[in-house]
Ligand binder design. Sequence first.
Ligand code: HAM
Length: 438
Amino acid sequence: MARTKKQSFQTPKGTFDILPSEQKYWEKVREVFKNVSMHYGFGRIDTPIFEDADLYEATVGETTDIIERQMYVFKSKGKDTLALRPEGTASIARSYVENGMINLSQPVKLSYIGPMFRYEQPQSGRYRQFHQVGFEILGDQDPVYDAQIINVFLKFCAQLGLKNLNVEVNSIGCKQCRASYRTQLLRYYKPRLRGVCADCKKRAKLNPLRLLDCKEEKCQPIKANAPSLVDNLCKECHDHFKLVLEFLDELAVPYSLNPHMVRGLDYYTKTVFEVFLEDEHLEGGSEKTHKKSKLAIGGGGRFDDLIKMVGGKSTPAVGAALGMERVIGVMKKQGIKVSDHSKPQVFLVQVGDLGKKKCVKLFDELSDAGLHVLESFGRNSLSSQLRIADKFGAKMALIIGQKEAIDGDVIMRDMESGAQENIPIEKIVKTIKERIKK
Ligand code: HAM
Protein backbone atom coordinates (compact mmCIF):
# COMPACT_ATOMS: atom_id res chain seq x y z
CA MET A 1 0.00 0.00 0.00
CA ALA A 2 1.36 3.42 -0.98
CA ARG A 3 1.99 5.62 2.05
CA THR A 4 1.84 9.38 2.04
CA LYS A 5 5.29 10.62 2.90
CA LYS A 6 5.51 12.54 6.14
CA GLN A 7 7.09 15.97 6.24
CA SER A 8 7.86 15.98 9.94
CA PHE A 9 8.44 13.32 12.54
CA GLN A 10 7.89 12.78 16.23
CA THR A 11 8.94 9.97 18.55
CA PRO A 12 6.41 7.12 18.36
CA LYS A 13 3.61 7.34 20.96
CA GLY A 14 4.79 6.27 24.42
CA THR A 15 8.49 6.78 23.67
CA PHE A 16 10.80 9.72 24.27
CA ASP A 17 14.32 11.02 23.65
CA ILE A 18 16.67 11.19 26.59
CA LEU A 19 18.27 14.57 25.99
CA PRO A 20 21.73 15.62 27.22
CA SER A 21 20.19 17.69 30.03
CA GLU A 22 18.48 14.54 31.39
CA GLN A 23 21.48 12.24 31.14
CA LYS A 24 22.80 13.00 34.63
CA TYR A 25 19.84 11.13 36.17
CA TRP A 26 20.33 8.12 33.91
CA GLU A 27 24.06 8.14 34.63
CA LYS A 28 23.35 8.18 38.36
CA VAL A 29 21.00 5.18 38.12
CA ARG A 30 23.60 3.29 36.03
CA GLU A 31 26.30 4.16 38.56
CA VAL A 32 24.21 2.85 41.47
CA PHE A 33 23.33 -0.23 39.40
CA LYS A 34 27.07 -0.97 38.97
CA ASN A 35 27.80 -0.37 42.67
CA VAL A 36 24.97 -2.50 43.98
CA SER A 37 25.67 -5.31 41.47
CA MET A 38 29.29 -5.39 42.54
CA HIS A 39 28.66 -5.24 46.28
CA TYR A 40 26.07 -8.01 46.25
CA GLY A 41 27.95 -10.22 43.76
CA PHE A 42 25.67 -9.91 40.70
CA GLY A 43 27.32 -10.48 37.30
CA ARG A 44 26.06 -8.26 34.49
CA ILE A 45 24.20 -9.98 31.67
CA ASP A 46 22.88 -8.50 28.41
CA THR A 47 20.32 -10.50 26.48
CA PRO A 48 18.84 -9.64 23.06
CA ILE A 49 16.15 -6.99 22.87
CA PHE A 50 13.97 -9.42 20.89
CA GLU A 51 13.38 -13.10 21.45
CA ASP A 52 11.21 -15.90 20.13
CA ALA A 53 7.64 -14.73 20.94
CA ASP A 54 6.83 -18.21 22.30
CA LEU A 55 9.34 -17.67 25.12
CA TYR A 56 7.05 -15.03 26.62
CA GLU A 57 3.81 -16.83 25.88
CA ALA A 58 5.11 -19.95 27.62
CA THR A 59 6.31 -18.10 30.71
CA VAL A 60 4.58 -14.77 31.32
CA GLY A 61 1.18 -16.44 30.76
CA GLU A 62 -1.27 -16.40 27.87
CA THR A 63 -4.02 -14.70 29.85
CA THR A 64 -1.88 -11.88 31.28
CA ASP A 65 -2.21 -8.28 30.04
CA ILE A 66 1.34 -8.45 28.71
CA ILE A 67 0.64 -11.37 26.40
CA GLU A 68 -2.98 -10.53 25.55
CA ARG A 69 -2.48 -6.88 24.63
CA GLN A 70 0.97 -5.47 25.23
CA MET A 71 3.53 -7.42 23.23
CA TYR A 72 5.17 -6.08 20.10
CA VAL A 73 5.16 -9.22 17.97
CA PHE A 74 6.53 -9.30 14.43
CA LYS A 75 7.52 -11.75 11.74
CA SER A 76 11.13 -11.57 10.61
CA LYS A 77 12.08 -11.93 6.95
CA GLY A 78 13.05 -15.52 7.78
CA LYS A 79 9.42 -15.99 8.99
CA ASP A 80 10.35 -16.33 12.67
CA THR A 81 7.77 -14.94 15.08
CA LEU A 82 9.71 -12.63 17.36
CA ALA A 83 8.72 -10.23 20.12
CA LEU A 84 10.37 -7.14 21.54
CA ARG A 85 11.07 -8.11 25.13
CA PRO A 86 8.32 -6.93 27.49
CA GLU A 87 10.42 -7.90 30.55
CA GLY A 88 13.78 -9.45 31.39
CA THR A 89 13.24 -12.54 33.55
CA ALA A 90 12.14 -14.97 30.80
CA SER A 91 15.33 -14.16 28.84
CA ILE A 92 17.44 -14.71 31.96
CA ALA A 93 15.87 -18.16 32.45
CA ARG A 94 16.41 -18.95 28.75
CA SER A 95 20.04 -17.86 28.99
CA TYR A 96 20.61 -19.85 32.22
CA VAL A 97 19.52 -23.02 30.42
CA GLU A 98 21.11 -22.25 27.04
CA ASN A 99 24.49 -21.44 28.58
CA GLY A 100 24.54 -24.36 31.02
CA MET A 101 24.71 -22.07 34.06
CA ILE A 102 23.42 -24.98 36.14
CA ASN A 103 27.04 -26.20 36.07
CA LEU A 104 28.31 -23.04 37.76
CA SER A 105 28.49 -22.65 41.51
CA GLN A 106 24.90 -21.97 42.68
CA PRO A 107 23.22 -19.63 43.17
CA VAL A 108 24.04 -17.69 40.02
CA LYS A 109 23.41 -13.98 40.55
CA LEU A 110 22.72 -11.92 37.44
CA SER A 111 21.84 -8.28 36.93
CA TYR A 112 20.72 -6.38 33.84
CA ILE A 113 19.76 -2.92 32.68
CA GLY A 114 18.08 -1.94 29.44
CA PRO A 115 14.94 -1.15 27.45
CA MET A 116 11.69 -3.17 27.55
CA PHE A 117 8.62 -2.73 25.36
CA ARG A 118 4.92 -2.91 26.21
CA TYR A 119 2.06 -1.59 24.10
CA GLU A 120 0.34 0.28 26.95
CA GLN A 121 -1.79 3.41 27.05
CA PRO A 122 0.87 6.02 27.77
CA GLN A 123 0.46 8.14 30.88
CA SER A 124 2.75 9.56 33.54
CA GLY A 125 5.22 6.80 34.47
CA ARG A 126 3.87 4.41 31.82
CA TYR A 127 5.56 4.19 28.44
CA ARG A 128 5.76 1.86 25.47
CA GLN A 129 9.53 1.80 25.60
CA PHE A 130 10.79 1.94 29.16
CA HIS A 131 13.92 0.78 30.97
CA GLN A 132 14.37 -1.71 33.75
CA VAL A 133 17.14 -2.56 36.18
CA GLY A 134 16.84 -6.18 37.28
CA PHE A 135 18.46 -8.57 39.75
CA GLU A 136 17.95 -12.34 39.64
CA ILE A 137 19.28 -15.10 41.92
CA LEU A 138 19.03 -18.52 40.28
CA GLY A 139 19.63 -21.96 41.73
CA ASP A 140 18.68 -21.65 45.40
CA GLN A 141 15.33 -21.97 47.15
CA ASP A 142 16.49 -20.60 50.52
CA PRO A 143 14.11 -17.86 51.79
CA VAL A 144 17.17 -15.82 52.73
CA TYR A 145 17.50 -14.98 49.02
CA ASP A 146 13.92 -13.69 48.80
CA ALA A 147 14.80 -11.31 51.63
CA GLN A 148 18.15 -10.46 50.05
CA ILE A 149 16.51 -9.49 46.74
CA ILE A 150 14.12 -7.15 48.57
CA ASN A 151 17.03 -5.76 50.56
CA VAL A 152 19.15 -5.21 47.42
CA PHE A 153 16.20 -3.41 45.87
CA LEU A 154 15.88 -1.10 48.86
CA LYS A 155 19.65 -0.51 49.02
CA PHE A 156 19.44 0.52 45.37
CA CYS A 157 16.70 3.03 46.17
CA ALA A 158 18.53 4.26 49.28
CA GLN A 159 21.73 4.89 47.30
CA LEU A 160 19.68 7.03 44.95
CA GLY A 161 18.33 8.92 47.95
CA LEU A 162 14.67 7.88 47.47
CA LYS A 163 12.33 8.32 50.42
CA ASN A 164 8.77 7.29 51.38
CA LEU A 165 8.98 3.82 49.90
CA ASN A 166 6.70 1.06 50.99
CA VAL A 167 7.32 -2.65 50.37
CA GLU A 168 4.27 -4.88 50.07
CA VAL A 169 4.79 -8.63 50.26
CA ASN A 170 2.66 -11.70 49.80
CA SER A 171 3.02 -15.38 49.06
CA ILE A 172 1.05 -16.95 46.23
CA GLY A 173 2.23 -20.46 47.10
CA CYS A 174 3.14 -23.29 44.77
CA LYS A 175 1.13 -25.29 42.20
CA GLN A 176 -0.23 -27.56 44.94
CA CYS A 177 -1.65 -24.91 47.25
CA ARG A 178 -2.89 -22.85 44.33
CA ALA A 179 -5.00 -25.73 42.98
CA SER A 180 -7.14 -25.95 46.11
CA TYR A 181 -7.23 -22.17 46.50
CA ARG A 182 -8.49 -21.82 42.92
CA THR A 183 -11.53 -23.93 43.83
CA GLN A 184 -12.23 -21.76 46.86
CA LEU A 185 -11.82 -18.57 44.86
CA LEU A 186 -14.22 -19.76 42.17
CA ARG A 187 -16.75 -20.79 44.80
CA TYR A 188 -16.58 -17.21 46.14
CA TYR A 189 -16.77 -15.54 42.71
CA LYS A 190 -19.46 -17.73 41.12
CA PRO A 191 -22.47 -16.00 42.73
CA ARG A 192 -20.83 -12.59 42.20
CA LEU A 193 -19.87 -12.90 38.52
CA ARG A 194 -22.70 -10.60 37.38
CA GLY A 195 -21.09 -7.71 39.22
CA VAL A 196 -17.60 -8.04 37.74
CA CYS A 197 -16.09 -6.62 34.54
CA ALA A 198 -15.96 -8.53 31.24
CA ASP A 199 -12.26 -9.30 31.72
CA CYS A 200 -12.92 -10.85 35.12
CA LYS A 201 -15.67 -13.03 33.64
CA LYS A 202 -13.03 -14.29 31.22
CA ARG A 203 -10.45 -14.65 33.98
CA ALA A 204 -12.84 -16.80 36.01
CA LYS A 205 -12.92 -19.25 33.13
CA LEU A 206 -9.30 -19.18 31.99
CA ASN A 207 -7.08 -18.20 34.91
CA PRO A 208 -8.99 -17.49 38.16
CA LEU A 209 -5.94 -16.23 40.05
CA ARG A 210 -5.83 -13.25 37.69
CA LEU A 211 -9.17 -12.12 39.22
CA LEU A 212 -7.04 -10.73 42.01
CA ASP A 213 -5.03 -8.63 39.55
CA CYS A 214 -8.06 -6.68 38.27
CA LYS A 215 -7.75 -2.87 38.42
CA GLU A 216 -11.39 -2.08 37.44
CA GLU A 217 -13.17 0.10 40.00
CA LYS A 218 -16.34 -2.01 40.06
CA CYS A 219 -14.44 -5.22 40.83
CA GLN A 220 -12.53 -3.82 43.82
CA PRO A 221 -15.14 -4.43 46.60
CA ILE A 222 -15.63 -8.02 45.42
CA LYS A 223 -11.89 -8.55 45.21
CA ALA A 224 -11.33 -7.04 48.67
CA ASN A 225 -13.50 -9.71 50.34
CA ALA A 226 -12.18 -12.65 48.35
CA PRO A 227 -10.45 -15.42 50.30
CA SER A 228 -6.71 -14.82 50.41
CA LEU A 229 -4.09 -17.21 49.19
CA VAL A 230 -1.74 -16.56 52.06
CA ASP A 231 -4.30 -18.13 54.43
CA ASN A 232 -4.42 -21.23 52.23
CA LEU A 233 -0.75 -22.07 51.78
CA CYS A 234 0.56 -25.62 52.10
CA LYS A 235 2.95 -26.26 54.98
CA GLU A 236 6.10 -25.89 52.89
CA CYS A 237 5.01 -22.56 51.37
CA HIS A 238 3.77 -21.32 54.73
CA ASP A 239 7.10 -22.11 56.43
CA HIS A 240 9.03 -20.60 53.54
CA PHE A 241 7.07 -17.34 53.73
CA LYS A 242 7.41 -17.20 57.51
CA LEU A 243 11.20 -17.40 57.14
CA VAL A 244 11.22 -14.71 54.44
CA LEU A 245 9.43 -12.38 56.85
CA GLU A 246 11.81 -13.30 59.68
CA PHE A 247 14.82 -12.48 57.49
CA LEU A 248 13.21 -9.18 56.50
CA ASP A 249 12.74 -8.40 60.20
CA GLU A 250 16.38 -9.29 60.82
CA LEU A 251 17.44 -6.91 58.04
CA ALA A 252 15.11 -4.24 59.49
CA VAL A 253 13.30 -3.98 56.14
CA PRO A 254 9.96 -2.23 56.69
CA TYR A 255 7.18 -4.05 54.83
CA SER A 256 3.43 -4.55 54.90
CA LEU A 257 1.50 -7.67 53.98
CA ASN A 258 -0.84 -7.45 51.01
CA PRO A 259 -2.75 -10.73 50.85
CA HIS A 260 -4.32 -9.81 47.50
CA MET A 261 -1.17 -9.13 45.53
CA VAL A 262 -0.65 -11.62 42.69
CA ARG A 263 1.47 -9.54 40.24
CA GLY A 264 0.92 -9.34 36.51
CA LEU A 265 3.02 -12.30 35.38
CA ASP A 266 2.13 -15.98 35.70
CA TYR A 267 5.55 -17.43 36.43
CA TYR A 268 5.64 -16.50 40.12
CA THR A 269 5.59 -19.00 42.98
CA LYS A 270 5.69 -18.33 46.72
CA THR A 271 6.99 -14.81 47.57
CA VAL A 272 5.85 -11.81 45.54
CA PHE A 273 6.50 -8.18 46.35
CA GLU A 274 6.16 -4.66 45.05
CA VAL A 275 7.79 -1.41 46.08
CA PHE A 276 5.59 1.68 46.01
CA LEU A 277 6.12 5.33 46.49
CA GLU A 278 3.53 6.75 48.85
CA ASP A 279 2.44 9.88 47.05
CA GLU A 280 -0.16 12.47 47.87
CA HIS A 281 -1.63 14.37 44.96
CA LEU A 282 -4.58 16.60 44.15
CA GLU A 283 -7.49 15.08 42.28
CA GLY A 284 -10.85 16.26 41.01
CA GLY A 285 -12.23 19.36 39.27
CA SER A 286 -13.17 22.48 41.22
CA GLU A 287 -13.41 20.56 44.49
CA LYS A 288 -9.96 19.12 44.65
CA THR A 289 -9.22 16.48 47.25
CA HIS A 290 -5.92 15.14 48.49
CA LYS A 291 -5.71 11.55 47.39
CA LYS A 292 -3.02 9.05 48.14
CA SER A 293 -1.91 7.18 45.07
CA LYS A 294 0.49 4.31 44.79
CA LEU A 295 3.07 4.13 42.05
CA ALA A 296 4.92 0.82 41.76
CA ILE A 297 8.53 1.62 41.11
CA GLY A 298 9.43 -2.03 41.03
CA GLY A 299 8.48 -5.54 41.90
CA GLY A 300 9.45 -9.15 41.76
CA GLY A 301 9.21 -12.50 43.42
CA ARG A 302 10.19 -16.13 43.37
CA PHE A 303 9.84 -18.12 40.14
CA ASP A 304 10.72 -21.73 41.01
CA ASP A 305 8.98 -23.21 37.93
CA LEU A 306 10.26 -20.83 35.25
CA ILE A 307 13.53 -22.54 34.34
CA LYS A 308 11.69 -25.83 33.83
CA MET A 309 9.14 -23.98 31.65
CA VAL A 310 11.95 -22.97 29.29
CA GLY A 311 13.35 -26.49 29.02
CA GLY A 312 15.79 -26.65 31.94
CA LYS A 313 15.91 -28.79 35.07
CA SER A 314 13.65 -27.69 37.89
CA THR A 315 15.64 -24.81 39.45
CA PRO A 316 14.41 -22.40 42.12
CA ALA A 317 15.00 -18.68 41.58
CA VAL A 318 13.99 -15.25 42.82
CA GLY A 319 14.39 -11.76 41.40
CA ALA A 320 13.09 -8.24 40.93
CA ALA A 321 13.12 -5.35 38.51
CA LEU A 322 12.55 -1.65 38.86
CA GLY A 323 11.46 0.89 36.28
CA MET A 324 14.12 3.50 35.59
CA GLU A 325 11.68 6.16 34.33
CA ARG A 326 9.63 5.84 37.51
CA VAL A 327 12.71 5.93 39.73
CA ILE A 328 13.99 9.04 37.93
CA GLY A 329 10.53 10.61 38.20
CA VAL A 330 10.66 10.10 41.97
CA MET A 331 14.21 11.48 42.18
CA LYS A 332 13.05 14.67 40.49
CA LYS A 333 9.89 14.93 42.55
CA GLN A 334 11.83 14.48 45.78
CA GLY A 335 14.36 17.12 44.68
CA ILE A 336 17.31 14.73 44.77
CA LYS A 337 20.44 16.53 43.60
CA VAL A 338 22.57 14.70 41.07
CA SER A 339 26.05 15.85 40.14
CA ASP A 340 26.42 16.62 36.50
CA HIS A 341 29.48 14.81 35.13
CA SER A 342 28.87 16.40 31.76
CA LYS A 343 30.08 19.73 33.19
CA PRO A 344 33.51 20.52 31.74
CA GLN A 345 36.41 20.84 34.13
CA VAL A 346 38.28 23.13 31.76
CA PHE A 347 37.11 25.50 29.05
CA LEU A 348 39.62 26.68 26.45
CA VAL A 349 39.36 30.29 25.32
CA GLN A 350 41.41 31.54 22.39
CA VAL A 351 41.86 34.96 20.88
CA GLY A 352 43.67 35.46 17.56
CA ASP A 353 45.12 32.97 15.08
CA LEU A 354 48.18 32.12 17.13
CA GLY A 355 46.10 31.62 20.27
CA LYS A 356 43.76 29.29 18.42
CA LYS A 357 46.68 27.15 17.14
CA LYS A 358 48.09 26.76 20.66
CA CYS A 359 44.61 25.92 22.00
CA VAL A 360 43.94 23.21 19.42
CA LYS A 361 47.08 21.40 20.58
CA LEU A 362 46.41 22.07 24.26
CA PHE A 363 42.90 20.62 23.90
CA ASP A 364 44.38 17.22 23.00
CA GLU A 365 46.99 17.37 25.76
CA LEU A 366 44.34 18.11 28.37
CA SER A 367 41.93 15.43 27.23
CA ASP A 368 44.78 12.89 26.89
CA ALA A 369 45.49 13.66 30.56
CA GLY A 370 41.92 12.58 31.37
CA LEU A 371 40.39 16.02 31.81
CA HIS A 372 36.94 16.93 30.59
CA VAL A 373 37.59 19.89 28.26
CA LEU A 374 35.23 22.02 26.21
CA GLU A 375 35.91 24.75 23.66
CA SER A 376 34.16 27.12 21.33
CA PHE A 377 36.76 27.34 18.56
CA GLY A 378 34.28 28.96 16.18
CA ARG A 379 34.12 32.11 18.30
CA ASN A 380 36.83 34.73 18.63
CA SER A 381 35.52 37.16 21.22
CA LEU A 382 36.89 36.67 24.74
CA SER A 383 33.67 37.73 26.48
CA SER A 384 31.38 35.48 24.43
CA GLN A 385 33.65 32.46 25.05
CA LEU A 386 33.73 33.17 28.80
CA ARG A 387 29.95 33.45 28.78
CA ILE A 388 29.70 29.98 27.22
CA ALA A 389 32.22 28.59 29.73
CA ASP A 390 29.99 29.97 32.46
CA LYS A 391 26.83 28.55 30.88
CA PHE A 392 28.33 25.07 30.78
CA GLY A 393 29.44 25.38 34.41
CA ALA A 394 33.19 24.99 33.71
CA LYS A 395 35.40 25.13 36.81
CA MET A 396 38.38 26.73 35.10
CA ALA A 397 39.01 28.60 31.87
CA LEU A 398 42.38 28.62 30.13
CA ILE A 399 42.89 31.68 27.97
CA ILE A 400 45.51 32.03 25.23
CA GLY A 401 45.62 35.30 23.32
CA GLN A 402 48.26 36.65 20.91
CA LYS A 403 50.53 37.85 23.77
CA GLU A 404 50.31 34.59 25.77
CA ALA A 405 50.99 32.56 22.62
CA ILE A 406 54.18 34.55 21.98
CA ASP A 407 55.27 34.47 25.65
CA GLY A 408 54.53 30.72 25.97
CA ASP A 409 51.98 31.35 28.75
CA VAL A 410 48.39 30.46 29.55
CA ILE A 411 46.02 32.55 31.68
CA MET A 412 44.31 30.26 34.18
CA ARG A 413 40.99 31.70 35.36
CA ASP A 414 38.93 30.33 38.24
CA MET A 415 35.39 30.68 36.88
CA GLU A 416 33.82 31.02 40.30
CA SER A 417 36.06 33.67 41.89
CA GLY A 418 37.33 35.25 38.67
CA ALA A 419 40.93 35.06 39.98
CA GLN A 420 43.51 34.79 37.20
CA GLU A 421 47.19 33.87 37.02
CA ASN A 422 49.72 33.24 34.27
CA ILE A 423 51.19 29.73 34.01
CA PRO A 424 53.92 28.58 31.60
CA ILE A 425 52.25 26.45 28.91
CA GLU A 426 54.49 23.41 29.57
CA LYS A 427 53.30 23.31 33.20
CA ILE A 428 49.61 23.89 32.58
CA VAL A 429 48.40 20.26 32.43
CA LYS A 430 50.05 19.40 35.76
CA THR A 431 48.89 22.66 37.41
CA ILE A 432 45.29 22.34 36.28
CA LYS A 433 45.09 18.72 37.45
CA GLU A 434 46.28 19.76 40.92
CA ARG A 435 43.81 22.67 41.07
CA ILE A 436 40.87 20.51 40.06
CA LYS A 437 41.77 17.87 42.64
CA LYS A 438 41.59 20.59 45.36
P1 HAM B 1 6.88 -5.75 36.37
O1 HAM B 1 6.19 -5.47 37.64
O2 HAM B 1 6.06 -6.06 35.19
O3 HAM B 1 7.89 -6.95 36.67
O4 HAM B 1 7.83 -4.54 36.02
C1 HAM B 1 8.77 -4.05 36.95
C2 HAM B 1 8.76 -2.54 36.94
O5 HAM B 1 8.96 -2.04 35.62
C3 HAM B 1 7.43 -1.91 37.36
O6 HAM B 1 7.28 -1.88 38.77
C4 HAM B 1 7.57 -0.52 36.79
O7 HAM B 1 8.38 0.30 37.63
C5 HAM B 1 8.31 -0.77 35.49
N1 HAM B 1 7.36 -0.78 34.38
C6 HAM B 1 6.58 -1.79 33.96
N2 HAM B 1 5.85 -1.41 32.89
C7 HAM B 1 6.18 -0.14 32.62
C8 HAM B 1 5.79 0.82 31.63
N3 HAM B 1 4.91 0.54 30.68
N4 HAM B 1 6.34 2.06 31.68
C9 HAM B 1 7.25 2.38 32.63
N5 HAM B 1 7.66 1.51 33.59
C10 HAM B 1 7.15 0.28 33.58
C11 HAM B 1 8.71 -7.50 35.74
O8 HAM B 1 8.93 -7.04 34.65
C12 HAM B 1 9.44 -8.72 36.25
N6 HAM B 1 10.30 -9.23 35.18
C13 HAM B 1 10.23 -8.39 37.50
C14 HAM B 1 10.99 -9.56 38.03
C15 HAM B 1 12.31 -9.78 37.93
N7 HAM B 1 10.44 -10.58 38.66
C16 HAM B 1 11.40 -11.44 38.98
N8 HAM B 1 12.53 -10.98 38.52
